[in-house]
Design a protein around this ligand. Sequence first.
Ligand code: SF4
Length: 703
Amino acid sequence: PGPVAPPAIRTTCPYCGVGCGVLARPDGLGGLAVEGDPDHPANCGRLCSKGSALGETVGLEGRLLHPMVEGRRASWDDALGRVAGDLSRIVAEHGPDAVAFYLSGQLLTEDYYVANKLMKGFVGSGNVDTNSRLCMSSSVAGHRRAFGADIVPGCYADLDEADLIVLVGSNAAWCHPILFRRMLDNRARRGAKIVVVDPRRSASADEADLFLPVAAGQDTALFCGLLVHLAESGALDADFLGGRTEGFGEALARAREIAPDPASVARATGIAEADLAAFYDLFRTREKVVTCYSQGVNQSAQGTDKVGAIVNCHLATGRIGRPGMGPLSLTGQPNAMGGREVGGLANMLAAHMNYLPAEIDRVGRFWDAPRMARREGLKAVALFDAIDRGEVRALWVMATNPAVSLPDADRVRASLAKLDLLVVSENVASNDTTSRGAHVLLPAAAWGEKDGTVTNSERRISRQRAVLPLPGEAKPDWWIVSAVAARMGFASAFPYRKAADIFREHAALTAFENGGERVLDLGGLADLGDRGYDDLAPVQWPVGADGEGTARLFAERPFQTPDGRARFVAPALPRLATETSEAYPFVLNTGRIRDQWHTMTRSGRSPRLGSHRPAPFVELHPADAARLGLGDGDLARVSTAMGSCVLETRLAEGQPPGTLFSPIHWSGETSSDGRIGALVHDHVDPFSGQPEMKASPAAITPE
Ligand code: SF4
């Protein structure tokens, strides 16, 4: 008999917010054999192209394996001492708001929890923000306005049971592929209809029963028109409206102002009246409707209002929290939800608590915190503005690359160079952020090497488990932050020896003086033993004392507002933050491609994934290309008021005339490296602070 293969270890995919279960087995050569976990409810054994290539991405080439201080290899003791010493000094000299952490939806909940605790409870600043600000913060703000808390009411099983699935600003076929397959399965099995609302004909639109090519920024007009239609066709749920909601009258009045009749909606959105009528008819007549939305809604200077306009239609018809019904925010990142649960956003505290005196006090007592932050910190774009002005002097970046991913990325790069202290916890030895004069680099454990939990788009907590040994001197992020906290004098509050210790504390905080007040309650997991944590099966919060999760919320349970009633929203008149002009006549949209993830730190290691779209590009309509003298595969310079870069053209009939699309993944030092973040305007949503990354006025010329 040959050698016995090691057992497969259950873990979770590190890419998108679907949160697929993965079975990973070391191949004995430093790599992994990977397959979908048939027992994970999110994917039932399936993996998309990215997930199935994970085994090709775990090599150590280019890894950061040792701490570095001022460009030289250092011991952990020296590196941690430098970070703790400089942070303490800067806080003493300039106050707690002179320091900040910038985190990532790639971090595990335990990492997020410890960083949040150190900054908000012990340093005394709210300056913890995250790249989730660029991803989901408009959904967070939309949930909080409508439901009183950041809560996704439904679950993935609703996609199996819906009669109508509406995708708004979501190319799920590429960005949440396993969920998209569930939608297609439902259509094949039960005849569900799929409607896609998107300015461009995406891969998802190609599969849709009805494609609505909405003009950029006009989603609100589309859904206000739907609300008016529902009201005028007698499709409202009067009992639900009267018993469970507030504000319908104002919302309907505003909807009538924005979308008085189908003709005006057609003019605003650019959608044919017959297609609008077909959509409105489907929404009215199909009982079970799920509306999924993603970055096309969120990454907007009116993203929170767009979420509100969608949620309004579900509240008006009482279609929320029941099987096959509800708004469903598709989270971009693997743990954007988990980060939010522990206060990873600058405007929230841990356990979904807010900056209210009683809740600040509650968190402070639970942590026995000497210096609780008493006001919201800076949201991502504002944070980097404050760095630029010299008000924030120390920044610790964990697991993200803001020099590429933030809007107006050239200015972000310049700002980073002004810091007195730039600390970067990273997997890779060098990237666009580390090379902006980072004073300290800390080698962080990567996916496959660390233990913890993530929460996917349906509130499901799943374990990530270590499959490979920690390479070099790499350490888990929670360990690194705890070690710095200890050197800042807070050792007794950061005594963690393993991820399970942190998870138990997080779960206990959610239940602390809760009394049913907050839905986010993991009290049933607060007493998990180490074995229980190791064996934790995927579970959707809230988790009761019996350890059972909750698939859906709000069908009967009160909303989280003070009076338990959901709030309709009267959205602002829809418009883009900046309009096109003679100099910049195109609207530049940005997004993901099927086989890459963010800045390609991991997915870029797989030759298989790289072959799908090997180089950065810009898509434009053939008529625009002909007018400009551009052919397919030519080089063109794309410019905005922020910056410019040279990209290969791809002619696409599905790209509306007057618009451009370019992917977000590439980075580098020259204008031909495809770093599209340098071109994106930094206008933000007034509620969420999320930037408008999908509609920058742009010009394109042959290079
Ligand atoms: Fe699943 Fe998303 Fe990973 Fe694909 S990238 S396997 S859909 S979690």
